[in-house]
Structures are given as structure tokens and as C-alpha cells.
Design a protein around this ligand. Structure first.
Ligand code: ADP
Ligand code: MG
Length: 212
């Protein structure tokens, strides 16, 4: 099993993520209806379709190229609060992978840590605020642990995916303190935050792209 993520596998990751969000689009919008205004899934799917078009036929120059395309597409074309945040998130993955032919687990840990810092800074969101940060933070910590333990790529991404899913599920019990969800109070309880669920889909797609 390869211990680096080649551009072809990065593309598989990105396409797997786009497919997963598309399949979950209505669910994500429904989650945003419970905790915000109900535009999240639609906005994500629209932006990711543009990503798919932008990637079609392009030969990735570096491992991070697909993420650069995602970042620029989200920054130029996506709406809501989350659009620019996801744009900056993908851009951080693009930056770490800009000059390399393949991602190592350490690079993915670095990109995740950078992305966490960027989203936290731009959104003023900390752990426990009921945002995407609640899935990013545990994924980042899991990746750091995996790097320290010398884990393989697939194993490290599996632990990140599990941690992100756990973090996303945990947002069901949190009261929102950032964005629109902070206005709806207890009525959001019992449903997870859509941004956090999307981060969990992101790492699930990474796990799958590394696995076979
Ligand atoms: P809105 O419709 O409120 O403009 P979106 O529907 O585009 O926002 O995105 C909602 C998602 O964005 C939330 O599920 C949450 O994960 C994330 N989010 C919202 N506000 C913030 C913030 N200040 N910091 C980090 N993430 C945020
Ligand atoms: Mg919304």
C-alpha cells in the first residue's frame, strides 16, 4: 500500500468528497434549516459542481493542485458564511501540496493544522462553538498523534476520519455560539452542525482514497 497520496489519489479523494456531499446535499440543507437558514447543502453542491468542471481534463501539476482549484473556486463562487471558510480551508491543503508530487501523512497533518488555524481565525470559532471546527480539531489531533506514532498513511487517515465523525456527531449536543446557529438556541440540539458533518465527509473520502 502506498504511503504517499499521489495526485491520482488526491483526485479520487476530491471526487469522492464531491460525490458524498452531492448525495448528502438535502440532508445537509435540512441540518442547516434546523440550525441556521437552510442554504448550506445547496451552496456546497453548487460550488462543488463547479469544482468538478474546473478539474475535468486538467492534469494535476502537483499533489496539491486539485485543492488549489477547489480553494479558488470556493473563494470566487460560493456563498454563505461557510463558502469562503471552505475556500481558505482547501487553499491551505493546496499550499502544503504545491511543490510536491505526493502528500505524506505529515503533510496532511500540517495542512489540517494550518486549515484549523485559518478557520478559527477567520470565523473566531473555538472548539465547542458548534461549527466545522468541532470536526477539524479532533481530526487534526488524530493526525498529529498518528504522525508521532509513525503510523502509515491509510491508518492515519482512518483515525482522522473516525475523529472527525465523532466530533461532528458531538455537535448535536452543543449550543451554537457562532453564525446563524447562535440565534436558534436549543432548537438545534439533537442535530449535528452541517459544516462539521461536511468535514467528516472530507476525511472519510480521504480514508477511502488512501485505502485501496
Ligand atoms: P450562513 O447561511 O449562516 O451564512 P452557511 O450555511 O454557509 O452559513 O454555513 C453554515 C456552516 O458554517 C455551519 O454549519 C458552521 O460549520 C460554519 N460556520 C458558521 N459560522 C462559522 C464561524 N464563525 N466559524 C467557523 N465556522 C462557521
Ligand atoms: Mg446557512
Amino acid at each position: 500500500m502506498a504511503d504517499q497520496l499521489s495526485p491520482a489519489r488526491v483526485e479520487r479523494w476530491v471526487h469522492g468528497f464531491v460525490d458524498a456531499v452531492e448525495e448528502s446535499g438535502e440532508y445537509l440543507t435540512d441540518l442547516d434549516r434546523r440550525s441556521g437558514d437552510g442554504d448550506f447543502g445547496t451552496n456546497m453542491v453548487t460550488a462543488l459542481r463547479r469544482v468538478r468542471e474546473a478539474l475535468a481534463g486538467a492534469e494535476p501539476a502537483a499533489a496539491g493542485s486539485p485543492f488549489q482549484v477547489m480553494g479558488e473556486t470556493f473563494l470566487a463562487h460560493s456563498g454563505g458564511t461557510s463558502g469562503p471558510l471552505f475556500g481558505m480551508w482547501f487553499r491551505d491543503f493546496g499550499k502544503v501540496g504545491a511543490d510536491t508530487g505526493a502528500f505524506t501523512l505529515a503533510m496532511l497533518a500540517e495542512a489540517t493544522a494550518n486549515g484549523w488555524a485559518t478557520v478559527a481565525r477567520l470565523g473566531s470559532a473555538g472548539v465547542g462553538d458548534r461549527t466545522m471546527v468541532d470536526a477539524i480539531a479532533p481530526a487534526s489531533e488524530a493526525l498529529d498523534r498518528a504522525v508521532d506514532a509513525g503510523s502509515g498513511l491509510a491508518e492515519g487517515l482512518r483515525s482522522a476520519a473516525e475523529a472527525a465523525r465523532g466530533g461532528a456527531e458531538g455537535t448535536s449536543d452543543l449550543l451554537g455560539r457562532r453564525g446563524r446557529t447562535s440565534y436558534v438556541g436549543e432548537s438545534a440540539l439533537g442535530s449535528p452542525d452541517p459544516g462539521a458533518v461536511t468535514i467528516a465527509l472530507f476525511y472519510r473520502a480521504a480514508e477511502r482514497a488512501a485505502a485501496d
